[in-house]
Design a protein around this ligand. Sequence first.
Ligand SMILES: C[C@@H]1O[C@H](OP(=O)(O)OP(=O)(O)OC[C@H]2O[C@@H](n3cnc4c(=O)[nH]c(N)nc43)[C@H](O)[C@@H]2O)[C@@H](O)[C@H](O)[C@@H]1O
Length: 437
Amino acid sequence: ITTTTTSSRHRRETCEKRDILLEPYRCQLLDPDVLDDPVLYLLYDVNPSEGFNLRRDVYIRLAVFVQFLRTQPGYRRTRLVLPPWSSLVHWRSHNLDQQQLLWANFFHLPSMRRYTDVLDMDEFFAEHERLHGRDPPTVLLDEVYKLKHFEQMFENGVFVDKFEEHVCPGGHEATLPYLGYGNLTAEAFTCLHFQGSAMLLHRLLERYRPARPHPVRTVLVLNAEIVLHDLWGNVDYWEARRSMRFAPELVEVATRFRADTLNSTDRADRTMRPTRWTDERYRRTARGGDYLCAHLRRADFLYGRDKTTPTIQSAALQIRTKLLELGLKTVFVASDCTRMEFYNLKNYLKRFRVVRFVPESYEQRAALKDGGIAIVDQIICSHARYFLGTYESTFTYRIYEEREIIGFPKDLTFNTLCKSEKDMNCEKNTVWPIVYH
Ligand SMILES: C[C@@H]1O[C@H](OP(=O)(O)OP(=O)(O)OC[C@H]2O[C@@H](n3cnc4c(=O)[nH]c(N)nc43)[C@H](O)[C@@H]2O)[C@@H](O)[C@H](O)[C@@H]1O
């Protein structure tokens, strides 16, 4: 035992020397004190109809949970496996291959790993192959849980955290292939009514813990959007959120567009950020470039949320009023609108410069993909002097957050378009300011 402990300590120390700056949590896996804990790979998936930015929120719920779980005996080697992004409903470029895109396409994984231990799917497969020596790997998941809401959320008027098994409608084949991969199979499949926060997953993992512990336990949670935040908007939330830095290639495209089209640079705009998110501190001194950004959510919002979504004309009038008030001449538009809607918007704003980001070539579009283009839009909006968002759009919320992280005064960020320019007292998005330790 002593020899094992010494050699594992040595291994960990070597790992730290080599890797600690990049991936501290990977080295913790070799910590002699936690070596007896099984490695728990926690995989999850989200209802296919959910959009990109809601999925980012689901990630935070699970990342915060995993960070907690890693403090619990028996779970200290938990690793979160990131579900690939596969042809999301809002991705409309059907001529591009947008299947099973890894998180590394959109996010800077080394930054995320400074919050908790995450693996992209290809890394998970590579580890699995290393452990089990199969190529191509057929992965046997030990446990799969499919979550569903309870029909009755309240018991005697009280919302209690609970889960309960039920018979799977259509059997578990109804949910295959898991995460879109044909080579994932399940040893045990359980359907559960579930209501409660991520912490309830701890109880769930305990409840189904194998009697004879395996050195490796692989668990997949389907419909993880049903799992709620433990606490939304607290320090843990913001740390996980801050760790979600975008992929450098996307930042570069946005930076170039800002410089070339909007004459906006970080130094002049006071939007400089430390290289590592862990070095960020509370500040509200950002100024932003000489442009306003409006996020105009269209498409399905025109049907599902027509009571709060303005017409193009009304949006143009609201933007115009703000541009005049702020003495700005340029508006950057982030939108899922059609070309015709954009054309109309420009016509209503003739006295101003109205710009949007369009990839310069097919090659650039194919490299960025719909998800990357949306992120470039978000980054450009995050650096604007003033931001005007869409009511109840998670796309808008993520821009609010990015601007909170960059350090803008709140009144330049938390603004919402109203249904009509005639009723500017409409209900606005909630203000959720950033918090630090
Ligand atoms: C009604 C609900 O709305 C929720 O949408 P909401 O919160 O706005 O935001 P998301 O969950 O991101 O979904 C909207 C998707 O539409 C595209 N999109 C929206 N705005 C823009 C934009 O300004 N620029 C670009 N390039 N793309 C945009 C993009 O693919 C984005 O991920 C959905 O998550 C739910 O599934 C549901 O449909």
